[in-house]
Design a protein around this ligand. Structure first.
Ligand code: ACO
Length: 396
């Protein structure tokens, strides 16, 4: 018995020695979890780069979603001929297998579109009959998944309203075709361009929570569908992609720029977070929010959304005044909702749009990680009881 106790103590000590409170980083803050060539962030300066290209140059240089997705998957920008061939390939994959469409019809209309998307991504694995797991086969899966995300979201949205899903139009861009499948009408060039910009801005963001969860799943050598459905599930939360939906609800609840200060003061006094502000990486203004704000401003001019824009600008002013010193500034989710709202897109489709954009980033990170795969398996700092004797059921 004393020997058993000393063995147990020794075991506990060896476990504790490796897992000190000093090595514990809540939320893995500051931990470098992987190497990547894809995306980098300078959080102090508020800078974002896609493979070294500053995000402002990518957006102002009019790069399309297809072009940037190509960059992430192939590691370089396409030339004119390559981009045309890629867009052609891209647009041909949009249609879903009929059985998948039939399954979408079975989903309850009350299901959140993110739940629908996560379920259908998972289901697509059952329709992939290719046993090949080569990098080429996985790149093809990455492309097909990215192409099909808009089809899934649009089909679910129309079916839940008892409308017939709209067949994709191969002549339209990825962004324009999504709006077409959602509304059944081709968007004008300006609206399609704004959606394209929003998608480019959301395409990737280094080791964010959903990318990390995709990588954790991929690192077990599970498959692309499992990794991406993990990403969708992680993005849904209001501390991550779900914040864009929460922001619009907050703007509608506030209703008037004059009520902003009281709303913010009340929330902060109750230790509540103001959605669309703060970021683990940025302690300065999120560059994506800066770009989206200008599109939101233009989209809101002379429309009903202008009041929402005024409320948002006022929240920004009040929050920077009260929380800027703590490094809390607008993040990407603050202005995207106004843009989508102005397009007539329902609030619960905002986070799925984020997923539609981010899937190219998730898949690119998974493909990159598999080149030098290592199982993710961190430790936990044990804070439970010391090792002790297990009492048989009759003695408890
Ligand atoms: N409103 C008010 N206070 C905030 C906010 C906010 N939006 N964000 C952070 N803080 C405060 C916290 O209350 C905390 O204060 P304390 O130290 O006095 O307790 C401090 O800042 C640190 O906050 P944490 O939540 O620990 O910081 P973390 O790095 O984990 O936060 C996060 C990042 C989760 C994004 C946070 O800023 C937040 O919850 N923001 C609101 C939700 C949101 O907009 N999410 C979208 C992020 S962008 C994206 O994922 C696409």
């Amino acid at each position: 018995m004393p020997e058993a106790k000393s063995n147990a103590d020794a075991l506990l000590k060896s476990v504790m020695d490796n897992k000190t409170p000093e090595s514990y980083s809540p939320g893995l803050e500051g931990v470098v979890a992987a190497k990547s060539k894809l995306c980098s962030i300078d959080g102090a300066a508020g800078k974002l780069y896609y493979m070294g290209y500053p995000i402002e140059e990518v957006v102002n240089g009019s790069a399309t979603y297809e072009e940037v997705a190509y960059l992430f998957w192939h590691g370089r920008l396409p030339n004119v001929k390559e981009l045309e061939a890629f867009k052609d390939e891209f647009s041909k994959l949009r249609t879903l297998p009929q059985q998948v469409m039939d399954f979408i019809k079975l989903l309850p209309h009350t299901c959140h579109p993110m739940d629908a998307l996560r379920t259908i991504v998972s289901l697509l694995a059952a329709f992939d009959h290719n046993p090949e797991r080569s990098p080429e086969a996985n790149l093809n899966r990455a492309i097909a998944l990215t192409v099909r995300f808009p089809t899934i979201v649009a089909a679910f949205h129309r079916l839940r309203q008892n409308q017939t899903p709209v067949e994709p139009d191969p002549k339209l861009s990825h962004a324009a075709n999504f709006l077409y499948m959602l509304f059944g009408e081709k968007p004008d060039d300006t609206t399609a361009k704004v959606m394209d910009v929003a998608m480019v801005l959301h395409l990737d963001h280094e080791m964010n929570a959903s990318t990390f969860s995709s990588l954790v799943t991929a690192s077990t050598l599970s498959d692309m569908y499992s990794a991406i459905s993990a990403g969708v599930g992680t993005l849904k939360g209001p501390l991550h992609g779900g914040a864009n939906e929460a922001v619009l609800k907050m703007l509608l609840e506030i209703g008037d720029p004059a009520r902003v200060e009281t709303y913010v003061d009340d929330a902060l006094a109750k230790k509540k977070k103001i959605m669309g502000f703060g970021h683990r990486m940025y302690k300065a203004y999120d560059p994506r929010a800066r770009l989206l704000k200008e599109y939101a401003r233009r989209a809101s001019e002379k429309t009903k959304a202008s009041r929402l824009f005024q409320i948002t600008e006022r929240i920004e002013e009040v929050m920077i005044q009260k929380k800027g010193k703590q490094g809390i500034f607008p993040n990407v989710d603050l202005y995207s909702g106004i843009i989508y709202h102005q397009m007539g897109i329902p609030t619960d489709i905002f986070t799925p749009i984020f997923a539609i954009a981010r899937v190219a980033g998730w898949t690119a990170h998974v493909l990159e990680y598999w080149q030098e795969n290592r199982l993710f398996r961190p430790n936990a700092l044990y804070i439970g009881p010391a090792a002790r004797k297990f009492p048989p059921l009759a003695q408890r």
